[in-house]
Write a protein that binds this ligand. Structure first.
Ligand code: CA2
Length: 158
């Protein structure tokens, strides 16, 4: 937690900067299916780890998951409306299909960091193309849950 001073000299909590962590389709199954590919940590485990790391970096982390493309688009708009400091986005398979997400990232000024647990380039060819990468600030992939913590550290430096 960051601490500041108000006009009377009392110590107050300085509002942490908001970072939205958005997760796309099927990531709700993390830690429950296919541990060989995606590991044993659940999304809740990753969220708890990011919340704790965020506190040490002065970032308020809000973690969400949706299986619906349009809901992810709405949340990107919300990031802009709320003046979020950054978005971490694991768009799941929408990474490889969604021009709607590409347009939404382009439509907001909030920096978006693309995150993947696996390294899509080391997998099937259809995962090599990311439609969102050209609009993202950067991409961190292949480090399992650590991809998220690396991305959060990068967000703190923006
Ligand atoms: O590596 C990543 O983070 C991915 O975004 C994960 C997506 C995949 O389509 C991308 O190519 C790379 C898939 C997420 C599915 O998550 C599951 C988790 C557990 C069990 C089944 C699916």
């Amino acid at each position: 937690m960051q601490v500041g001073q108000n006009n009377e000299g009392y110590r107050t909590k300085v509002s942490d900067k908001l970072v939205l962590v958005l997760n796309g389709p099927n990531l709700n199954l993390l830690g429950k299916r296919e541990p060989g590919i995606y590991g044993s940590a659940t999304l809740a485990d990753i969220g708890a780890m990011l919340t704790e790391l965020g506190e040490s970096l002065g970032l308020a982390v809000e973690m969400r998951q949706s299986n619906k493309e349009g809901e992810l688009v709405d949340w990107l708009h919300e990031a802009q409306e709320r003046g979020a400091h950054a978005v971490l986005l694991n768009a799941g398979a929408y990474t490889h299909t969604s021009i709607a997400l590409l347009d939404a990232i382009r439509a907001i000024a909030t920096p978006v960091i693309e995150v993947h647990l696996s390294n899509p380039h080391a997998r099937e060819e259809f995962r090599h193309k990311s439609w969102i990468a050209p609009a993202a600030k950067g991409t961190i992939a292949g480090f399992g849950p650590q991809s998220y913590s690396l991305a959060l550290r990068a967000a703190a430096e923006l």
